[in-house]
Design a protein around this ligand. Structure first.
Ligand SMILES: [Zn+2]
Length: 301
């Protein structure tokens, strides 16, 4: 048995996993974001209450482990940022600890119980508040030792011209310090920024997608441009990684029609020809963070 956690900036949730498909989920608790001892306390309590002695603790974190230094980069949980977090937790808890970015855990969950089952190269992507992703090859997370693999949301690659008729797209500023990232252009707030730029109107991403589904002219224009900007880099990722399935999670992944449209936009741009859907909705709907962490934990034993 292992203890798994899905750690967010405001709350964290634990579980006891006998297997990836067999997780007893604990109650969600506030994340003690600025107090390392209190943070360890939450994990230690879960370990102490575990019905059998756990062999490891595995957690999805809202950040990354810096390759090389092993330092956590976790802006939303400052108490585990800037420290060798895995070593510190192992010392405090007396258990092997495995950590991975939450988008990586999302990808692992799709491999374990979702749309990635049976596929060799799974690129799980998040289209929501941010744009992220994780890459799993032959069941192995490419980021298992930390790092940025799968982070296709950052880099100044968003198209500067898009649409028919063509329109200039600004380089929206991104939280990472660059401008023109996909994270700033095709995330939910990126879609809203595109809509504002194109039509001078405020609308939520949900309203834009709903308007597009209803055939309204302005949202149809926004989504056509959004698809064009998102599809090209995604197709290049397919060429680069040999991904043969791309499960989509995050808020925008909730629209079946939008994901089908993204699939239709990506497939003509890849070198490999797919005669079946490539970009699909994620299927692991229940606690992907915990499921992915559990997979990571068992893989680390
Ligand atoms: Zn960025």
């Amino acid at each position: 048995m292992i203890v798994c956690f899905d750690i967010g900036g405001t709350t964290m949730k634990g579980g006891y996993a006998r297997a990836v498909e067999d997780i007893n989920v604990l109650e969600r608790v506030p994340t003690p974001g600025r107090d390392f001892d209190a943070f360890v306390g939450v994990l230690a309590r879960a370990i102490a209450d575990c019905p059998a002695p756990p062999r490891a603790l595995a957690a999805a974190i809202p950040g990354i482990i810096e390759p090389g230094s092993g330092l956590g980069v976790v802006a939303n949980v400052p108490c585990i940022s800037g420290i060798p977090v895995r070593e510190r937790l192992e010392a405090a808890l007396g258990l092997p600890v495995a950590l991975a970015n939450d988008a990586d855990c999302f990808a692992l969950a799709e491999v374990a119980v979702g749309a990635g089952r049976g596929h060799r190269v799974v690129l799980g992507i998040i289209l929501g508040t941010g744009v992220g992703g994780g890459l799993v090859i032959d069941g192995r997370l490419i980021n298992a030792e930390g790092g940025f693999a799968g982070e296709w949301g950052h880099g100044p690659v968003a198209a500067r011209l898009a649409g028919t008729p063509v329109v200039e797209i600004p380089r929206f500023r991104c939280g990472c310090g660059l401008s023109g990232c996909l994270d700033a252009t095709v995330s939910a707030r990126g879609m809203e920024a595109l809509h504002r730029h194109l039509h001078g109107k405020e609308a939520t991403s949900l309203a834009i997608v709903a308007g597009w589904e209803a055939g309204e002219a302005e949202p149809v224009r926004t989504i056509a441009i959004w698809l064009e900007i998102a599809a090209a880099p995604l197709a290049m990722l397919v060429n680069t990684t040999a991904a043969d399935i791309i499960p989509v999670g995050g808020g925008l992944g909730g629209s079946t029609a939008l994901i089908a449209a993204l699939d239709a936009a990506v497939r003509p741009l890849t070198l490999r020809r797919f005669d079946r859907p490539l970009v699909v909705r994620a299927q692991c709907r229940v606690e992907p963070g915990l499921v992915g962490a559990a997979w990571l934990g068992f893989a680390s034993l």
